[in-house]
Design a protein around this ligand. Sequence first.
Ligand code: PMP
Ligand code: GLN
Length: 379
Amino acid sequence: IRSKLPDVGTTIFTSMSRLAEEHGAINLAQGFPEFDCTPELQGLLEKYMRMGRNQYAPMAGVMVLREAIAEKNLAAGNRDYHPETEITITSGATEALYAAVSTIVRPGDEVILFEPAYDSYAPAIVTNGGVPVYITLPPQYEYVDWQQVEAAITSRTKAIMINTPHNPTGKVWDRADLEQLGTLAEKHNLLVISDEVYEHIIFDGRRHVSASAIASLAERTFVCGSFGKTFHITGWKQGYCLAPAELTAEFRKIHQFIVFSVFTPVQFALAEYLKEPAHYQALSAFYERKRDLFYNAIELIGFVMKPSEGSFFQNVCYENLSDEDDVVLAQRLTSESGVASIPVSAFYKQPTHYRTLRFCFAKHDETLLKAAERLGKVR
Ligand code: PMP
Ligand code: GLN
């Protein structure tokens, strides 16, 4: 058959994890926590399985979970989403993002992406016949040039996809950024897909500003979230999409034919677990300490870094230490030093000259310190 994604192979996360395993390397590549979710959450899952919540969930997700998400979102000062018509439980954020793209993109439509961009965005656009249009940012993502964004808008532009806190750079958008986006989206009548999976991992006193907190954006945005990062359950693949009723109605037409509905007992468990805000409010401090530990441990090696503002990733530029290509260095560090990372060029469409690697610090302190020690031999 003729491939719909001729330029796509196995994802970089899979290939680096495989290489890490092959060499017994510490895996700071693929982003997932080394720690388990709480026994309490495991107990809740077990409870609802034993209670027989084991058949199909409603297509849009179990109501108690949609209500819990609505409450939590409202308490954060964001738009008041109606659980009945505006919240859909998905198979991770990955499905939410795919279904949102599929809901709005027709052949020839352009979607603006900021690169480095998470790897699932462009393929979702392309398989739906759309065209990704890239705004290229430096790997430390210092700022967004809004004039450049506006200049990229054409009569075919359908939507803009954003991600804050950002994977892989750790950049966090402030309210002014989102307001700028809202003004632009309103002016050019664009839809927005906002990937907010790291909403609860944010550092140095910053606060997550959701697209759903900005009136001009909330009306035209699909907010995609995930419980995977928030509760250390990436393997449970539970996410959601928040969008105004008119958008959600179309979103659900797609969602129902991708998965129909997702794993039932865990939705009940999450609904109960979400009632206690401490379950997610402690996460930023937990990861901020790990960020600092890892940053301080690798600083002396001579990497050029900006402390991550959010997410569980730290980008490091190694141009002072080596002029190797990032893919080559990431492979060599895995096989020779025993530490796997992600070459940040994987998040760009065009090969880049940025000498940058992404490290995941969602690991035990000992793992991070051991990795730092091994990285010290990078020279
Ligand atoms: N968006 C970003 C930016 C991510 O980093 C990830 C996963 N690491 C996802 C979406 C996918 O989330 P999920 O695992 O819930 O599908
Ligand atoms: N989102 C994770 C990361 O950025 C990986 C998820 C995946 O393997 N698809 O590392």
